[in-house]
Structures are given as structure tokens and as C-alpha cells.
Design a protein around this ligand. Sequence first.
Ligand code: FAD
Ligand code: EPU
Length: 338
Amino acid sequence: MIQILENFPLKNLNTFGVEAQARWFAEVNTPEDLQQLFTSDIWKNHKRFVLGGGSNVLFTQDFDGLIVKVNIRGIEYREEGDAIYVTAGAGEVWNDLVTFCVGRGFAGLENLSLIPGSVGASPVQNIGAYGVEVKDVLYSCSAFSTDTAQIRQFSNADCRFAYRDSVFKSELKNKFIITQVTFKLSKIPHLKLEYGAIRQELANRGISNPTIKDISDVVSQIRVNKLPDPSTIGNAGSFFKNPIIPVDKFRHLQSAFPDIVHFSVDTHHEKISAGWMIEKLGWKGRFIGPAGTWKNQALVLVNSGNATGIAIYELSDAIIADVEKHFDITLEREVNIL
Ligand code: FAD
Ligand code: EPU
């Protein structure tokens, strides 16, 4: 019988480490638990929020509804020629899956090493790092409809992936709980070494013919150097998305700020480094009380002690206003605000 707990503390379930309470809280270990929960009055009569590892949420207040923590486990795979189809429960820890695959020589996830959170959340914002996004490796996922209690299959195309976006964040927001994800990996690695400091770090280690394990190791090293560890300093990774703007607007901006950091998206759009803009305005490593930005990465807001969710949110408001004033760009939050 599934247990629904009342007034449940969430401080240890969000990587910002802010204080908040859920009015109701239930942990689901199987899709059948979801079926059971679906029939409860608390499910029917309250708003709900699905929680994975809590590494992309900011609680600004207590949650006056039901938090459903997904803990569905299991990793299986099947081989088909050079392809490997790996299916993982939504509650598996993302980096455990990466380690499982890298350790067996299944290529495709290595650039996504050490991203916090759960497998089930990975399609929601189409997690990405170091030149790879989940959209490049996801084959399909299964999800529980919060309207019908049926499990529906989503193909990669059904997920409508875009930069830090998917159908689960837009049209179908709060409509599905992802229960399982299948990735199509390969026994033959197609290494992606172009992004960021990967080549440099390989050179530092004297590696000229890297394996996927080498890539996983160097990506992990780069991340450890740059990003704060949530177990010691609260954060949720990049707080804002990197804005994508029309190329005309970009040229205008570049004439005023020749050193602006940018990446080409397509012939009509450029992606601007939000971290660069925030740093340029003097916010990097700056704190207002215990809420601040990380000394090595201005895009990451941190809780250095007992910051409230509201204080972190207010800091993000101040940064948005400053960036708007100086660059005429409105930053969009990547983190889910509750
Ligand atoms: P949660 O924070 O619990 O939830 C995030 C969203 O997904 C919520 O809307 C939630 O409702 C929804 N959700 C969660 N599980 C399910 C489910 N089973 N079904 C339906 N919806 C669900 N992200 C990147 O993309 N790239 C990075 O490089 C990166 N680096 C990070 C570094 C640090 C130090 C931290 C703290 C975060 C970083 N992130 C990064 C953000 C975060 O790791 C990802 O967004 C991750 O996918 C969140 O997983 P989670 O399980 O913690 O999700
Ligand atoms: N930069 C600065 N100052 C900063 C931060 C960045 O000038 O404080 C400039 C530098 O020139 C740097 C460049 O921006 O070389 C890119 O920085 P970085 O490689 O750290 O990447 P990012 O664009 O800031 C994005 C993702 C990260 C992901 C990295 C690596 C978003 C919103 N963030 O950050 O994802 O790990 O690329 O691929 O797209 C996350 O989503 O939580 C996250 C951490």
C-alpha cells in the first residue's frame, strides 16, 4: 500500500538545500504505485509536482499539494548489431546510468557524465553538456498519464526536443510522469571532442587516442573544477538559459561588446553566453547575504548557508533586471520555480 505522508520536509530533497515543506508526499517505486496513488483522494483533490533528484528546482514557499517522488529503479539492455538499447527506470541516478554504460563500452552518454539528477528528468529539459544533449541518444520513453492513468510511449520525435526544452515542459507540462527511458547507444564510439576544454584536458593528460572512459573522466574533471558540488554548497546548476537571439540583434550587441561570448545556432540565430553577461556586470562571486553567484561560473546561483528560496529568487530578479538594462536581453530561468 502506498504511503502518503503529511507535512514532509524537502530540505534534503532539493540541491539548493532550501527549507520547504510538502503538504503531502509520496514515493513511488513501481508504475503500479502510481496507479494506486491515482485512485487516492489526495491525488484527485490537490495540485501535484513530480520530483526526481531535486537538482533543477527552487522552492520559494511550502508546496501546498502532493509531491510525487519517483524512485522507479532498474537498468536493462539488449544488443542489436552495433546498437545497444539501454532501458532505465526513471528513478535511477543519471550518473549511475552513465557509469553503467561507460563501464560496458556502450558509447553515447560519456559527455553527459556527472550531471546530477534522475534518468526520468533527463528528457524534461533535454539535459545537455559538452556538445551532447539527451535528444541525441534518447530512443523512447514511457510515461504515466496523470489524466487517464495509462502508460504512453513517446518516440524521440514525440518529445519535441529543443535547447533545454521538450514537450514535457510545454504542451504536456504536468500531464505525464516519466517511468522509464530507453537510450540507443553504440558499441562503436563516435567521440565528440569539440566543445569546451575537452581537447585541452586530454592533452594535459597526454591522451591522443581517447576511449569513452577517458572522455567521461575529463568531462567529470572539467565539471568538478568549474561547478560547485551541491553536497557542500547548494545550487541547481545553470540558473538561466543561454539566450538565443536573432543574428541582427547579435551584430548590434557585438559592435558594443566586441568580446561577447557567443555560439552559432543557425544562419539566423546566435546563442549568447549568459554567464559572460552576468560576469561582465560584476555579479560573478558576488553575494547578497548567503545567496550569490559561483566564483568560477556566474550562471550558477548558490546558497552558501541558510538562504531562503525567496532570497535566491530575488537575486535572480536583480540579475535579470541588470542584464536587461545593459544588454537589452531578458534572461529566462532554467530552474523550475515553485
Ligand atoms: P528535478 O529537479 O527533481 O525536476 C526537474 C523537472 O523535471 C521538474 O519540472 C520535475 O517536475 C520534472 N521531473 C522530474 N522527474 C520527472 C519524471 N519522472 N517525470 C516527469 N517529470 C519529471 N543540467 C543540464 O542540462 N546540463 C548540465 O550540465 C547540468 N549541470 C548541473 C550541475 C549541477 C551542479 C546541478 C546541481 C544541476 C545541473 N543541471 C544540469 C541541472 C539538473 O541536473 C538537470 O536538470 C536534471 O535533469 C534534473 O534532474 P532531477 O531528477 O534532479 O530533476
Ligand atoms: N563564461 C564567462 N563567465 C562565466 C561563465 C561562462 O565568461 O562566469 C563564458 C566563458 O567564455 C566560457 C563560456 O561562457 O568559456 C561557456 O561556459 P561553460 O562552458 O561553463 O558553459 P555555459 O554556457 O555557461 C552550458 C550549460 C551547462 C553545461 C555547460 C557545458 C546552459 C544554460 N548551461 O553552460 O549546463 O554544463 O554549458 O556544456 O546551457 C545546466 O544546465 O545546469 C548546466 C550546468
